[in-house]
Design a protein around this ligand. Structure first.
Ligand code: MG
Length: 270
């Protein structure tokens, strides 16, 4: 399958979907509480996506039964919300997406509920920063593998973390998952050159231990084989005709975090 390059007008619609995802995740971030069931988070997301004029791209995706993924501790991604109660100190990873007028947004974050173990906090901080560095490296004129290289390079510089190998980022547009697949590791200088119109979801998934995973009997939940805790951060970003990026699922378009890495965002969209 070929990469779907988007026009500026199409990306403007994708921004509406991305902003709704970003706002929904912000609402979820402030909603996560010790003692709460994970399906309560799902209900909050479903209501907010509906209120924003979107529909869920997760619900029904290959039979996925919920609006968001909620993954706790050694669950890294694709956890199904349900009657599980969030405990003090849990690492809670939430992945959400929405469709507006046929265009998709997809993003994720991890947060700690209640008491914070500094080692868990560092895991989250490293994962999040690696995502921003991946986006910063994925500039116009770079090659696709430069993104994964930047992610791996940063994660490895911070300690002994496992980077998941079987899961990665992806193109996004009129489907949630499009070409190209974006590895979270690798050498620089491989794959297609990045050009305006490209829209990618960048999503490092790392653990405090192994990179090895297995899928639980529910056929969805991805856990680390050594039960080490994981983190997952994701944003969907685009490259625009002025040669600059814009992070569609970040409320500020990525201005602050990309700015801290010396990357200026586009002002072609808001
Ligand atoms: Mg994704």
């Amino acid at each position: 399958m070929a990469i779907q390059y988007k026009t500026l007008d199409q990306i403007k619609v994708m921004r509406r979907a991305g902003l709704l995802v970003g706002q929904t995740l912000e609402m979820l971030r402030t909603s996560v509480k010790v003692g709460m069931r994970t399906d309560a988070l799902d209900a909050i997301a479903a209501a907010n996506i509906k209120r924003g004029g979107g529909t869920s791209n997760f619900k029904g995706y290959h039979g996925f039964p919920a609006t968001i993924c909620v993954s706790i501790n050694d669950e890294i991604v694709h956890g199904i919300p349900g009657d599980r109660v969030i405990n003090d100190g849990d690492v809670v990873s939430i992945d959400a997406g929405a469709i507006i007028d046929g265009w998709h947004g997809d993003a994720a974050f991890s947060v700690i509920a209640g008491s914070v173990d500094p080692q868990d906090q560092k895991l989250l901080d490293v994962c999040e920063e690696s995502m921003w560095r991946g986006i910063a490296a994925g500039s116009v004129g770079a090659r696709l593998s430069d993104i994964g290289h930047a992610i791996e390079d940063y994660v490895k510089s911070q300690g002994k973390y496992g980077i998941l190998q079987e899961y990665g980022g992806h193109g996004i547009g009129t489907e949630m998952h499009q070409e190209p697949h974006v590895l979270n590791f690798g050498k620089r200088g491989h794959g297609p050159e990045l050009t305006p119109g490209l829209v990618l979801a960048i999503e490092p998934m790392i653990t405090r231990g192994t990179h090895k995973t297995k899928v639980l009997a529910d056929d969805w939940t991805v856990v680390s084989t050594d039960k080490s805790r994981g983190a997952h951060f994701e944003n969907s970003y685009c490259l625009l005709p002025d040669g600059k990026p814009f992070v569609l699922t970040a409320i500020d378009g990525g201005r602050e975090r990309l700015g801290s890495l010396g990357v200026e965002i586009s002002d072609l969209i808001q």
